[in-house]
Every structure is written in structure tokens, then in C-alpha cells.
Ligand binder design. Structure first.
Ligand SMILES: [Zn+2]
Length: 347
């Protein structure tokens, strides 16, 4: 069953809300966010089932050439979606409206220019975002049909739209929903989360023009507020998933994997494989590692229960297809997955 997806996992919100080093009022706001997220998860399950039901018809649809609309709405600190539409969001005096429009437009350009993909569904789908969702709401989410960004409480988290990797991560959940259609539990859940981190990091590197050795490989380092920065550097670290500077603890090797673990935790395995492969290939990660990952994500139809070994096998096949005869690429892919304990399987 696929869940409603937020950037801050429930487990992290629970841990922070029990952390007595943090201010009591901040802990209360984390608990409020947690309660709200719990209710919203049910909605995402039903949205995904609707998409899966529509899939056979989409196979015959024609890709549009025009760029998708990117409307931005404001919830004015309420919780009714989408809220009120902002006219001309690219020139708004509200910095969150303007940033959300600009970063979402950049994600659209990233998928179009690097992967020749027309929006989230590959078919020019409107990319709708709502800002100022809730009051002091400590999360951002993709609900199966749109994005919503909280302002953060200013202590633990700041405005969620300010982070390129968060925006890229969440919109990639939409891309995964329309391609592999991965579930949100066990190995498929970890893959689902990891694909969002990989493309979120790729997007941030692309925006900044960074090579693999210049990239920070961190997820969520731009949304930590001053109280959180006393203890943490980021939400996740693809280069070092188990490091204590990460707010959300992860595993980095398949020997530590167990069914039933949180997808945000098991995603560390595939995250680290992507980091190893991209850095071993060097240069810009969207030149080789990114296209291999995108090809594996989009050329294998719907596979909700895909295992990590199957996805690894798909990346090997994609590497051979995209870079035939390039032994350095093949070696990087094989060694990256081997180093996180994944034996490649056919798909
Ligand atoms: Zn996610």
C-alpha cells in the first residue's frame, strides 16, 4: 500500500517531539504536524489507486509538446487544498510563492532538458503547488496530485519550499507514481524513497552546476531551523547514510535490511549505491548516473513490488543500453551495488 508522502518521516517527528533538549512549544508543534500527517496518509493511498486504474489508457496517449502550467496557490495558513490561486506567481511579493514557482519551474526544465520528460506524468500534467499550508506546519508533501509546503515553525524547520532537493524529492514521487508505480513498503518502498532522494540531489546539483565531487549529497540541509542545527546537519546524507549528523537515521548496506522497516530508513541502501556509482563515474551526475537511473525508472513499465536487486539489474541493463561497450560505466554500476550488498537480478 502506497502512503501519502511527506519529506519529514513520522519516525523523525516522533523522535523530535520526545527530545527534551528541544523547546517545549516546538515539540508541541511537531506533535500537531504528526497528528495531521497521520490523517492525510489515507488520502494518498486512494489517489494512487486511481492512477493505477487509469494506466492502461495512458499507454496510448500522445506526449504534448507545450510546457505544463505551474500554478501556485496559498492556503493562507489553513489546511484546505489547494487554497487561493496567486496571479503571476513568478512576480509575487510573497517570497515563498515566488520561490515555489521558480523552483518548480526549474524542476520542470530539469526533467525536460536532461531526460526529455514532459512534466510529472510525461504528458504535460499541470504541476500545482500550495504554500503556507497550515500554521507552523513542519512538513511538505506530494498527495498524489499536488504539492503542499508548510512554513515550518522557524525553530525546528524553516519554509520547506526553500530547499531545491526537497522540491525535487517530492515532485519525483509523482514521476515514480506514473512510471514504476512503486509501493511504499518493504524493498519497493525503500526504492521509492531513494529515487526521490537521487533525483532531488541530481536536481540540486544541476541547478548549482556542481560536479560529483563538489556536491554535498545532503538531503534537507536547507530546511533545518536554529534549534535543529544544534544537533543535526541534514535530514539524510547519501554519501554517509548512517552518520549521526542526519536527523533521519538510515541503513547503508543490505545486510541490515528487514521487511517492515521505514522506507526512509531502507532508502539509504540505494541512496548510497547511487552516490558510489555517480562519484566513481565523476563529472556531472546528470551526464551518466542520472540517465541510467532515469532509464531504469521509466523503461520497465509498472512494477509496484520491485526489489532492490531487480532495480539494480535494471540499471545494469540501462547502462549497457545507454553506454554500450563502456567498461568504466559497467564497472561503476556493478561495484556500486556490490558495495551496498545488492546482487543484481534480471527484471
Ligand atoms: Zn519521500
Amino acid at each position: 500500500m502506497c502512503r501519502y508522502c511527506q519529506i519529514i518521516p513520522e519516525k523523525v517527528l516522533i523522535a523530535l517531539s520526545h527530545d527534551e533538549d528541544l523547546p517545549a512549544d516546538a515539540r508541541e508543534r511537531l506533535t500537531a504536524t504528526m497528528r495531521h500527517d497521520h490523517q492525510l496518509r489515507q488520502f494518498r493511498d486512494s489517489a494512487r489507486q486511481l492512477v493505477m486504474a487509469k494506466r492502461p489508457f495512458q499507454a496510448f496517449s500522445v506526449t504534448l509538446t507545450q510546457t505544463p502550467d505551474i500554478p501556485v496557490y496559498t492556503c493562507n495558513n489553513g489546511m484546505t487544498l489547494p487554497g487561493v490561486q496567486i496571479a503571476d506567481p513568478g512576480n509575487s511579493s510573497d517570497p515563498q510563492v515566488k520561490t515555489t514557482f521558480n523552483t518548480t519551474s526549474d524542476v520542470e526544465r530539469f526533467y525536460r532538458s536532461v531526460f526529455n520528460r514532459n512534466s510529472i506524468d510525461g504528458n504535460g500534467m499541470t504541476i500545482l503547488s500550495s504554500v503556507h499550508y497550515g500554521r507552523d506546519y513542519n512538513n511538505a508533501f506530494w498527495n498524489g496530485s499536488q504539492m503542499a509546503y508548510g512554513d515550518g515553525d522557524g525553530q525546528i524547520f524553516t519554509a520547506f519550499c526553500d530547499s531545491a532537493d526537497v522540491v525535487g524529492h517530492e515532485l519525483t514521487h509523482g514521476v515514480t507514481q506514473y512510471t514504476l508505480g512503486l509501493d511504499y513498503e518493504n524493498q519497493a518502498g525503500g526504492l521509492n524513497e531513494s529515487l526521490s532522494d537521487a533525483f532531488g540531489s541530481l536536481f540540486k546539483q544541476w541547478v548549482k552546476g556542481q560536479s560529483t565531487d563538489e556536491a554535498d549529497w545532503l538531503i534537507g540541509n536547507d530546511i533545518l531551523g536554529p534549534a535543529a542545527r544544534q544537533k543535526y546537519t541534514c535530514l539524510r546524507d547519501m554519501a554517509d547514510p548512517t552518520n549521526a549528523h542526519c536527523m533521519g537515521g538510515q541503513i547503508a548496506h543490505f545486510r541490515d535490511y528487514r521487511d517492515g522497516m521505514d522506507p526512509h530508513e531502507t532508502s539509504g541502501i540505494a541512496n548510497h549505491a547511487f552516490y558510489l556509482i555517480a562519484t566513481r563515474l565523476g563529472g556531472k551526475s546528470w551526464d551518466k548516473a542520472g540517465p541510467i537511473w532515469y532509464d531504469a525508472l521509466t523503461r520497465n513499465g509498472s512494477n509496484p513490488d520491485m526489489t532492490m536487486a531487480e532495480f539494480a539489474g535494471a540499471t545494469k541493463a540501462s547502462a549497457a543500453r545507454l553506454f554500450p561497450g563502456d567498461t568504466a560505466v559497467a564497472k561503476a554500476v556493478d561495484s556500486g551495488w556490490a558495495d551496498v550488498g545488492i546482487a543484481l537480478a534480471g527484471v
